[in-house]
Design a binder for this molecule. Structure first.
Ligand SMILES: Nc1ncnc2c1ncn2[C@@H]1O[C@H](COP(=O)(O)OP(=O)(O)OP(=O)(O)O)[C@@H](O)[C@H]1O
Ligand SMILES: [Mg+2]
Length: 222
């Protein structure tokens, strides 16, 4: 599985216990430096360097390969570089059975078409009215900006079944269910431990149940 952290805050790496040494943005800056200094001129040479750099940006943890995007692309500049990098990420993704992209909160990335094609668009919100409203906006924008097969919503950090039962969620959001707030995850967070160390938790069970509804299975990590 390939996990791509598309959030510039790079929070997914911490949750997975991965230290990021190089991001796609670092690769981009390095390439721009090389081209500007006249060091890299041959197209084939540049491509093979990029290939190498991108693979060296891949981190591995258990059965997960991990790639951090770093800072978002600057719109308008270095268009060609961004295109080449997007193509490289796409061809890299082709080597994996599953690719999970953790996006930045909000509509910004959807608007900029950071991910243009996904099979499953999974939106996650807390139970707040504000959160559900944001998710609705994201889904509306996604309808025109992203080619997806299935879209759904999962609610996270609910404190009780009563909380869930009281919620009015627009059916168009295809809400799969809810995930409880879990003290084990909280304490792992406080200690900065990886969630991959958790064998079993109500959160994992709830996630499995939700994802099964759209035909996705979570395998146990070895
Ligand atoms: N069900 C849960 N129980 C306990 N803690 C949780 C739960 N879900 C998430 N957290 C913790 O809450 C924090 C924020 O979660 P997470 O990073 O998933 O949010 P996010 O929506 O991706 O935030 P952002 O919008 O900043 O990307 C993390 O430290 C995470 O471990
Ligand atoms: Mg996040």
């Amino acid at each position: 599985m390939l996990a791509i952290d598309a959030d510039p805050a790079v929070g997914l790496s911490t949750a997975l216990g991965i230290t990021v040494s190089k991001t796609v943005d670092d690769v981009r800056n390095e390439l721009i430096r090389q081209v500007q200094s006249g060091k890299a001129t041959d197209k084939a040479e540049i491509l093979s360097m990029l290939d190498y750099e991108m693979f060296s940006a891949l981190e591995e943890q258990k059965n997960i390969a991990f790639l951090a995007i770093g800072r978002p692309e600057k719109e308008g500049c270095y268009c060609q570089v961004n295109h080449v990098l997007k193509d490289l990420i796409a061809s890299m993704a082709g080597n994996f059975d599953y690719v999970v992209i953790d996006g930045e909160a909000g509509i910004e990335q959807v608007n900029r078409r950071v991910m243009e094609k996904v099979t499953h668009l999974i939106l996650v919100s807390d139970a707040s009215r504000k959160g559900i409203h944001v998710v609705q906006t994201i889904q509306e924008v996604s309808d025109s900006a992203i080619a997806y097969e299935k879209a759904c919503l999962i609610l996270n950090r609910l404190r009780s079944a009563e909380e869930w039962e009281k919620l009015l969620i627009p059916p168009v959001l295809n809400c799969l269910g809810w995930i409880p707030e879990d003290d084990t995850i909280r304490s792992y967070d406080i200690d900065g431990r990886s969630i991959l160390e958790i064998d079993d938790s109500p959160v994992i069970t709830a996630m499995k149940n939700c994802l099964a509804k759209i035909g996705l299975q979570i395998a146990a990590t070895p």
